[in-house]
Design a protein around this ligand. Structure first.
Ligand code: 26Q
Length: 768
């Protein structure tokens, strides 16, 4: 975008006058943020409108989550005016950095939602016609604080800062009908800017509202209360994001959300398509849809329903759906694969249920073994099976994950429909995750090899001949980033950290399979080693954790309490003050992640092999030149293929070993011959740590007794983990260590979301 400082400031001033009755001299942060954003929105109208009206074929990315983070800096960067806007604001005595206080749009839980956000950015940057469709939650993912070491949740009022990057499109509102209520769906469109290429795609988020606003006539007839309740129920649908990650909760409101979003999106798309005068049989010529996990899969029977009301036969409608829909799976865990009670669904959406039954009947007509192939069975609807049966393509999100889908999770389906299954390894956008968050390192790369890597990440490979000469500068940049993070942590967590310490980082959702427990136990193991005097040369290390636990996930919350108690023990012990610190960062989110991934010395990716479909934070650390301490799981496997296993720190049971070990596993045996591990584990119950609510005792029980103790083999992998971790801590600071770090950065190309969306566009969407 071309930029004229005077015109820009005039634009800002106009918005200030019209919207806030103030000017540049009197505007506060809120007004300035909104006016700057709106002034930009005014400029991009034409490009956006061109794309919206473009005749080319498009893909709709249907997702219950879009974890967009903070929009302003990444938007200005992609428009190529970040520095210019900074200078313009400076010329009137304002600092562009003040917008760092603006709340993230946290309309997602974790990996799956952030992936959707990266894909939108990359698609726009690659000029791929991809639009997002989702829900405009009034409250995003909860804000997390700790009180006495326990997680507390507060509502996330992200609209407090206004929403200047969205426009409400009342003229596109549609009605969504449930058996017991009809609500209005109003779209809010957010522009998605390609990186310096003039492309503007759209993220369309739907908000639920009452069909009629408050009705005074009925209020006067004393029916006001009834109306008010109806209004309340209508807005409730999009009130709040369900804070679960990788666990399913069968809440009917969640089903309402899912149907609301896909019904509104499909009605909108069908209405516009019909306006073009074509037959709906030709819908696939204009549209295809990517279903982001099972959450939007109810789109399939909804489109079947709509097409039949428009005069297509079931078979014709089925063909259209088959041609339009594709399905991505993000997890193999049974508890995350969505299933709905058939009675509940048929009560809420009888016509949609009919279509699901029709699919089940069609499947039965195929003459397959009903024990292996079913959509509805024992009054349960299996959304993943519905998606696989109808969709043209089903994809996993890393090689190992797709192989597990083919050989285990969906084995039967793969054998019957092998042509449907493909792998598309996840990726991240290098704009937000290097250019924006680590400008010093980005500039160093630019200096060596030019700026081509901004849009073709594999060009970072060209750094290879320069790695040695880059070392001093790389070390200096890492140190500066660590100092900045330490200052932020001092201000926000009240803990003093020295940038001389190794920053060992594990940030991701809290889940037992991700094994924050393994990391926590190793911290205690080292701590007692130092206290006993059996460890004398422990390098100063800060163990940093960041994670939100689903509010209803007891064991995850217990792990948070455990780590916070370890932090209290360690940080208050003068004997180890110069050796270790432990910090659980509060309210880990996208903006925090941007500060963290450029300042980490160690990236902990330690899930039990076979459990983490891909992981994407592993890629963010790699892009910023951080070595992985991890298992052979998810995309870690491909990270090792790209950067060399010898340049990372790999430990633990492989998928094959996990299967074998689980046959006879006894966690007690793991502890018996390992006194230091035993001592670490027993802090859960021996009074070393505060356990006011008995949470830690339950955590202990889950590791050692009860049903399927230590389900994720923490104790089994412990010895190997500590062995490799000690080796890494010893190597830290050497040129060999920094070289490995840079080799990772140079070989990160594959993990660009640009590569991922290009593969989707070619193999699945058949765009361009
Ligand atoms: C389902 C039903 C009801 C309520 C909530 C849910 C639900 C919500 C979110 C189930 C799962 C999720 C999120 C899953 C997720 O984030 N998976 C991650 O996806 C990433 C992107 O592909 C992968 O990198 C991670 O490995 C995977 O865990």
């Amino acid at each position: 975008m071309k930029f004229d400082q005077k015109a820009f400031l005039d634009g800002v001033e106009r918005v200030l006058h019209a919207e806030y009755a103030c000017d540049l001299k009197t505007a506060g942060k809120f007004e300035l943020y909104n006016a700057v954003s709106r002034a930009v929105m005014e400029e991009i109208f034409t490009d956006w409108n061109n794309e919206k009206n473009s005749p080319r074929r498009r893909c709709g990315y249907f997702s219950a989550e879009f974890l967009m983070g903070r929009a302003i800096y990444s938007n200005l960067m992609n428009l190529g005016i970040l520095d210019e806007v900074g200078a313009a604001l400076a010329s009137v005595g304002e600092d562009v950095k003040q917008f760092e206080e603006v709340e993230d749009a946290a309309l997602g839980n974790g990996g799956l939602g952030r992936l959707a956000a990266c894909y939108l950015e990359s698609a726009a940057s690659k000029d791929i016609a991809l639009d997002g469709y989702g829900i405009r939650y009034r409250y995003g993912l909860f804000r997390q604080t700790f009180v006495d070491g326990y997680q507390h949740e507060e509502g996330d009022d992200w609209l407090r800062w206004g929403d200047p990057w969205s426009v409400r499109v009342d003229r596109d509102a549609v009605l969504v009908r449930f058996a017991d209520q009809t609500v209005k769906a109003v779209p809010y469109d957010m522009p998605v800017f390609g990186y310096k290429n003039g492309v503007v795609n759209t993220l369309r988020l739907w908000q639920s509202e009452p069909v009629q606003a408050f009705d005074f006539a009925s209020f006067n007839e004393m029916k006001g209360e009834v109306k008010a309740t109806e209004n309340f129920n209508a807005t409730k649908i999009t009130d709040v994001l369900y804070p679960n990650d990788n666990t399913m909760v069968g809440k009917i409101l969640r089903l309402r959300q899912q149907y609301f979003m896909v019904s509104a999106s499909l009605q909108d798309i069908v209405r516009k398509f019909k306006a073009s005068g074509k037959s709906l049989r030709q819908l696939p010529e204009k549209w295809c849809f990517q279903l982001n996990d099972t959450h939007p899969v109810i789109a399939i029977p909804e489109l079947l329903r709509i097409l039949q009301t428009e005069g297509l036969s079931f078979d014709e409608a089925f063909e259209v759906c088959h041609a339009c829909f594709n399905f991505t799976n993000h997890t193999i865990m049974a508890e995350a694969l969505e299933k709905w009670d058939a009675l509940a669904l048929s009560d809420l959406l009888p016509d949609v249920y009919e279509q699901i039954l029709a699919c089940q009947r069609r499947l039965e007509g195929d003459g397959l073994d009903p024990n292996c192939f079913y959509i509805v069975r024992d009054n349960v609807i299996h959304m993943a099976n519905l998606a696989i049966y109808v969709a043209s393509h089903v994809n996993g999100v890393a090689e190992i994950h797709t192989n597990i889908l083919k050989t285990q999770t969906f084995k039967n389906w793969y054998e019957r429909f092998p042509e449907k299954f493909v792998n598309i390894t996840n990726g991240i956008t290098p704009r937000r995750w290097l250019l924006l968050n680590n400008p010093a390192l980005a500039r160093l790369a630019d200096k060596k090899i030019g700026a081509g890597w901004h849009t073709e990440l594999s060009e970072l490979k060209k750094l290879t001949p320069y790695l040695d000469e880059m070392l001093p500068e790389f070390k200096r940049i890492r140190r500066e980033n660590k100092e900045k993070l330490a200052a932020y942590i001092r201000a926000h967590e009240g803990v003093d950290l020295s940038a001389d310490f190794i920053f060992d980082v594990q940030v991701k959702r809290l889940h037992e399979y991700k094994r924050q427990m393994l990391n926590a136990l190793s911290v205690l193991y080292f701590y007692f080693g130092i206290k006993d005097g059996c460890v004398t040369d422990f390098p100063p290390t800060a163990f940093l954790f960041g994670a939100k636990a689903a509010p209803g996930y007891y064991m995850a919350k217990a792990v948070i309490k455990f780590i916070n108690e370890i932090a209290r023990l360690v940080n208050n012990d003068p004997d180890v003050a110069d050796r270790m610190k432990v910090v659980f960062l509060q309210n880990y989110n996208v903006s925090y992640a941007e500060k963290i991934v450029c300042a980490a010395d160690i990236s902990e990716q330690i899930s039990l092999a076979g459990m983490e479909a891909s992981g994407t934070s592993n890629m963010k650390f790699m892009l910023n030149g951080t070595v992985t301490l991890g298992t052979m799981d998810g995309a870690n496997v491909e990270i090792c293929e790209e950067a060399g296993r010898e340049n990372n720190y790999i430990f633990g049971a492989t998928v094959e070993e996990v299967a074998a070990v689980k046959q006879y596993y006894c966690p007690r045996e793991q502890v018996e011959g390992a006194p230091r591990l035993k001592r670490a584990l027993e802090t859960l119950v021996d009074g070393t740590l505060h356990d006011e609510q008995g949470m830690l005792r339950k955590l202990y029980d889950s590791m050692i007794s009860g049903y399927e103790p230590d389900r994720y083999l923490v104790l089994y992998d412990f010895a190997d983990y500590v062995r490799v971790k000690e080796q890494l801590l010893r190597e830290f600071g050497t040129d060999a260590y920094y070289r490995k770090s840079l080799v990772n950065m140079a070989n990160v190309g594959k993990f660009s979301a640009d590569r991922s969306v290009t593969e989707y566009a070619k193999l699945i969407w058949k765009l361009k």
